[in-house]
Design a protein around this ligand. Structure first.
Ligand code: WQD
Length: 362
């Protein structure tokens, strides 16, 4: 059994007493692990046999997520209620527990919000990474998986987009991710002890098949899929399709939507590669297939059985006409390939909405 950490400030145990894992079991710290992608990755890492500890300040995650995760993994979920900007707390975490690697999700990720609050995004996303890496190095932990984004590719990238495409940014969120990647590159070059996996996500959507965890944005969603879901659930009257005159098959924006559980599997493969190969990688996590806004609306209507009214509206500033990944390098370097299709994405999202609405009485 783990020695009792009752005296550990901010340490909370969920469910029953945590049973010490196999001494050979590798332990992962998952920052932002109560969030949308983080919670799905938590389940995938536990199912892959890792001991996983979540560190989250719950600024963008419901406080009952760990309890729901405990139902999914059927054992105690360890949660440290902390902010990656808090170096003192991070030093305490690494002093208290041996970690073999860190998967870093904790960051702000709303493009629209980043335009209104650029300094908050720079401080949180860049400052958080720097503080985390400093605390890791001080504790002798040098394996890191970093959550990056396709938003580091400019809007005119060649299609499909390879990892070698020109890097740029169209908003403070994408800028913060690009700067983080550059900081990681320089840190790895300065100290060969670092092995880092950089994962550039395209458009994560969908939910775990249980319907217990999923995307749960506060307020009016920024992203397409949660907005469609709220229209399907009757919470919003219609969806505005941002632009119907793009040079795409039906004139609406095309994106590479990837099931969040495929994304989670990609993180497991990234962590396994760091341990196995002892070297880092930088890869896209996408399907290589783009779908238009109208295709997404039609697929969701079919999966939910709900009518989804929409209106063609003016283009959203900063949007690219089309963006989808070249997925080959992820396959070559870490053996990643998306398995779930558009129907899985929409069906799982709708199952989450139905179950979550029932739970919240919405
Ligand atoms: C998708 C498509 C819109 C809303 C951003 C970030 C990316 C990632 C995902 C964090 C576009 C259209 C959208 C709506 C619409 N975030 N749309 N009506 O902008 O591709 O990517 O979110 O990692 O890093 O850059 O995603 O879902 O906002 O838009 O027509 O109400 O849906 O124009 O074509 P995006 P999105």
């Amino acid at each position: 059994m783990y020695r009792d950490r009752a005296g550990y400030a901010g340490y909370r145990k969920i469910g029953y007493e945590f049973v010490e894992g196999n001494q050979m079991t590798q332990r992962i710290l998952l920052t932002g692990g109560a969030g949308y992608i983080g919670s799905h990755t938590y389940v995938a890492l536990v199912e892959a046999g890792y001991d996983v500890v979540i560190l989250d300040n719950f600024s963008n995650a419901a406080r009952d997520v760990p309890d729901r995760l405990a139902q999914l993994v059927n054992h105690n979920v360890q949660v440290i209620d902390a902010d990656v900007l808090d170096r003192v707390k991070l030093d305490q975490v690494f002093a208290d527990t041996r970690f073999d690697a860190v998967v870093h999700f904790a960051a702000f990720k709303a493009v629209g919000e980043s335009v209104k609050e650029p300094l908050a995004y720079m401080q949180n996303n860049i400052g958080g990474l720097v503080t985390l890496m400093q605390a890791m190095a001080a504790a002798g932990v040098f394996r890191l998986v970093f959550s990056s984004s396709a938003s580091v590719y400019g809007n005119n990238a060649q299609l499909p987009i390879p990892e070698t495409a020109e890097l740029s940014f169209g908003n403070p969120y994408g800028h913060s991710k690009l700067v983080c990647e550059q900081i990681i590159e320089q840190t790895v070059a300065s100290d060969p002890r670092w092995t880092v996996g950089v994962l550039r996500y395209f458009n994560p959507v969908g939910a775990h098949e249980s319907g217990l965890i999923g995307e749960d944005p506060a307020g009016i969603p920024d992203n397409l899929m949660p907005f469609i879901a709220k229209v399907a659930a009757g919470e919003l009257p219609h969806i505005s399709v941002f632009g119907g005159d793009y040079p795409t098959p039906d004139g609406t924006g095309v994106r590479d939507y990837i099931h969040v559980c495929d994304l989670a599997d990609g993180h497991v493969l990234s962590v396994q590669s760091l341990f196995r190969e002892g070297k880092g990688h930088l890869v896209n996590l996408g399907t290589g297939r783009g779908y238009s806004v109208l295709e997404m609306i039609a697929a969701y209507a079919k999966a939910s059985g709900r009518d989804i009214p929409y209106q063609i509206s003016p283009r959203r500033p900063g949007d690219a006409a089309a963006s989808y990944a070249d997925p080959r390098l992820a396959k070559d370097l870490i053996g990643f390939g998306a398995k779930r299709d558009l129907e899985d994405m929409c069906r799982s999202s709708w199952a989450w909405i139905v179950r979550h609405a029932q739970k919240t009485g919405a």
